[in-house]
Design a protein around this ligand. Sequence first.
Ligand SMILES: NC(=O)c1ccc[n+]([C@@H]2O[C@H](COP(=O)([O-])OP(=O)(O)OC[C@H]3O[C@@H](n4cnc5c(N)ncnc54)[C@H](OP(=O)(O)O)[C@@H]3O)[C@@H](O)[C@H]2O)c1
Length: 217
Amino acid sequence: MKIVFLGATGMVGSGTLREALNDIDVETVLSVGRRSCGLVHPKLQELILPDLFEIGRIEDQLSGYDACIWALGISSAGMKEPEYKRITEDLTLLWARTLLRLNPTFSFCYCSAAGAGGRWMWARVRQRVENAVQKMQFLHAGAVRPGFIQPGPGISSRVRLYQVAIEILRPVFPLGVRLWPSLFTTSERLGRTMLRVVKGETNRFILESSDINRLAQ
Ligand SMILES: NC(=O)c1ccc[n+]([C@@H]2O[C@H](COP(=O)([O-])OP(=O)(O)OC[C@H]3O[C@@H](n4cnc5c(N)ncnc54)[C@H](OP(=O)(O)O)[C@@H]3O)[C@@H](O)[C@H]2O)c1
C-alpha cells in the first residue's frame, strides 16, 4: 500500500507515521507538509509545499497512491468560523477531492475529534467534513474521533493548550486508557486504527475512542 500522509509533524501525525512505517503492508509513505517531519526512513518520501492550498503545483506527483491518512488539523481556540473552516474544511476537502480524482481507487482516513457533531462551531465544522468525506466515492473511508490521547515516547503536541493538558494528564493516562476507553486512547492505537480504516478492515465510518481501542487490539 502506498500512502499520502498529511500532518506528519504533529502529535497525531508523528505517532501514526511511526505505525505506518512499521506496517508490513505499507510500501511507501509520501509525507506532504509545509516543513519536514525530520525523519529519515527507507519507506518515507517528503514533499514540502509552503501553502498546501497550492496542491495544483504538485499534482503530477500525487498519482499512483492507494490511500491518504489525514492527521493535519488545528485547534479552534480563539478562532472565528471562517478562519477555522478554511483549514479544517476547505483544505481537507480540497485534498480529498484532488487525491480521489488522481487515484480513482483510493481510501481516506480523516482525523476528527471527540465531540464532533455537537452544537459548538468547531463540532459543526468537523461534522461537515466527516459527512463530505463519507459521501465521496472512496474505496474505504473513515473518521476517527479521539478524545484524550496518551502520546507515545518522544511525541508531543505543537498546540500549547494540548501540551499543558498532556503534562497535567501524564500520570493518569495509563489508568485512563485502562478504565475509560471511551475517553482515552494512545497514539499507537490511534495510528493502527487509521491504518485499518484505509485497509478496509472496519465497516464503521465514525470511530470514537472505544472503537479505536477495540480495533487496534
Ligand atoms: N492531540 C490531541 O490530543 C487530539 C485529540 C483529539 C483530536 N485531535 C485532532 O487531531 C488533529 C491533529 O492534532 P495534533 O494534536 O496532531 O495537532 P498538532 O500537533 O498541532 O499538529 C498539527 C499538524 O497539522 C499541520 N498543520 C496545521 N495547520 C496547517 C496549515 N495551515 N498548513 C499546513 N499544515 C498545517 C501541522 O503542520 P506544521 O508542523 O507545519 O504546523 C501539523 O503537522 C487535529 O485535527 C486535532 O484537533 C488531536
